[in-house]
Design a binder for this molecule. Structure first.
Ligand code: ASP
Ligand code: MG
Length: 439
């Protein structure tokens, strides 16, 4: 069995959904299909939730009506027969009625999760309706019946497997199972989700649970590129990456894949393929255990970074200092991305300013504290590059005279990270493209 996951843009228009159907029926092995919500839907549902949270019911009602109209238009182009279209209208009505009810009762966080779940429920149900019209045999699976996270929001592969396998075994002859990405149940049994972009994570978790022969992630670009295609003109897809390389790239800004979605497939040794729905014959990127080829594979950039420098003469020859600094970040549940230290100062970066004021306040007890906002981490990734001769030389030559605030080398053997001011990012990515890839 293979897992195939299609993102929001791949199902965002009726024609695209038709294409997805073509792609999944032509497969030689059974398919477990994971779909995202139609593009724009989850954003709209977030907005509805925010309106309710701040007591603006009229605004919420207006958004719901707009979204509902969008779905009615969608289904009219999706299917043709009157009877099936009527079923489609009923599905839409059912889900939007639920939203309207939620709108009228008092808002809670648990309810916001129910609101968010409607996107994937609608996309999979409408897709199955189209399959039905085309006479394509399939089985609809409700992800809420098997996707589980624990009290720390960690997905539980064993629990998922235990619930999923009997459902698959019940339909031994079925060649196509259709389920929702993103949504799950939490430890309390409530409807929950795997956070924004989490459908990739669902696909990888399912691929590990089954285990699948391959986990295919279909998006609107032909694989992971060697550089950010939104910023740099000449980029090319990377043919092959190791799980480690892919994880570094996804974490440090490559938008194509949810960063958490690597580990489940990795630990189950299921290869992941990144493919393009708009160009299904393009090779895409294969992510597998082994890295093929040497040297730098790709660069990625992560924006919205804050750099904090703590200077303290008390740090000189002292031990336990870093622990106390790190404890402040732990207290405010704020992960640190990069760290560099000298004998009397430590610089580190964070990617959220949610608790920045509190963190700075506490850090001031150690010495003087400086903060720089609007920073970007540019990561250069390739298996073992931090140990390879000549890579640093090539890298620094490519950087030229762009000021670098921090360098992290040797933390991971597969990654060298640079921190620069956000307004120098574009220039740096372009120079690296020339200097490292000759593009
Ligand atoms: N629909 C969800 C989102 O937009 C999950 C996903 O598409 O991966 O975040
Ligand atoms: Mg996505």
């Amino acid at each position: 069995m293979k897992v195939m996951k299609f993102g929001g843009t791949s199902v965002g228009r009726p024609k695209r959904m038709h294409q997805v159907a073509e792609l999944v029926v032509g497969q030689s092995e059974p398919v477990l299909l994971v779909l995202s919500a139609l593009s724009g839907t989850t954003n709209a549902l977030v907005e509805i939730g925010n309106h309710l949270l701040t007591g603006r019911r009229d605004a919420a009602t207006y958004c719901i009506a707009q979204l509902e109209a969008h779905y009615h238009q969608f289904v009219e182009e999706l299917v043709q027969s009157k009877e099936i279209l009527e079923q489609g209208r009923q599905i839409i009505q059912e889900h939007f009625e639920l939203l309207s009810v939620i709108c009228r009762i008092s808002y809670s966080e648990a309810l916001s999760k129910d609101i968010l779940a409607q996107g994937e429920l609608l996309s999979t149900k409408l897709f199955c309706l189209y399959l039905q019209e085309r006479g394509i045999k399939h089985q609809f699976l409700l992800a809420l019946d098997f996707m589980r996270i624990d009290a720390h929001d960690e997905p539980q592969i064993e629990a998922i497997r235990e619930r999923l396998m009997p459902l698959l075994d019940q339909q031994k002859d079925c060649k196509l199972f259709v389920t929702q990405g993103y949504i799950c149940r939490n430890a309390k049994g409530e409807v929950d989700n795997l956070k924004r972009g989490g459908s990739d994570y669902t696909a990888s978790l399912l691929a590990a649970a089954v285990p699948a022969t391959v986990c295919e992630i279909w998006t609107d670009i032909d694989g992971m590129h060697n550089n950010d295609p939104r910023i740099v003109d000449q980029t090319r897809p990377v043919e092959q990456l190791s799980f480690e390389e892919a994880a570094e790239l996804a974490y440090f800004g490559a938008k194509i894949l949810h960063p958490a979605s690597i580990w489940p497939a990795q630990q189950a040794h299921v290869p992941v393929k990144l493919l393009n729905t708009m160009q299904p014959d393009a090779q895409g990127t294969l992510i597998a255990d082994e890295a093929r080829g040497v040297g730098v594979k790709a660069v990625a950039a992560k924006d919205n970074i804050w750099a904090i420098r703590i200077k303290s003469s008390r740090m000189l020859l002292a031990y336990g200092f870093l622990r106390r600094v790190f404890e402040v970040f732990e207290k405010y549940r704020t992960p640190i991305d990069m760290v560099t230290t000298s004998e009397v100062a430590v610089s580190l970066t964070i990617d959220s300013d949610q608790y920045l004021t509190e963190i700075l306040e506490e850090l001031r007890q150690f010495g003087s504290v400086e903060v720089d906002a609007d920073q970007t981490i540019v990561s250069v990734v390739g298996q073992g590059i931090a140990k390879e001769n000549g890579v640093l030389q090539q890298l620094f030559k490519a950087i030229g005279d762009i000021p670098v605030r921090m360098v992290s080398h040797g933390g991971s053997p597969h990654n060298i990270s640079l921190l620069v001011a956000a307004d120098r990012k574009k220039e740096l990515l372009q120079q690296l493209n020339r200097g490292l890839f000759g593009l």
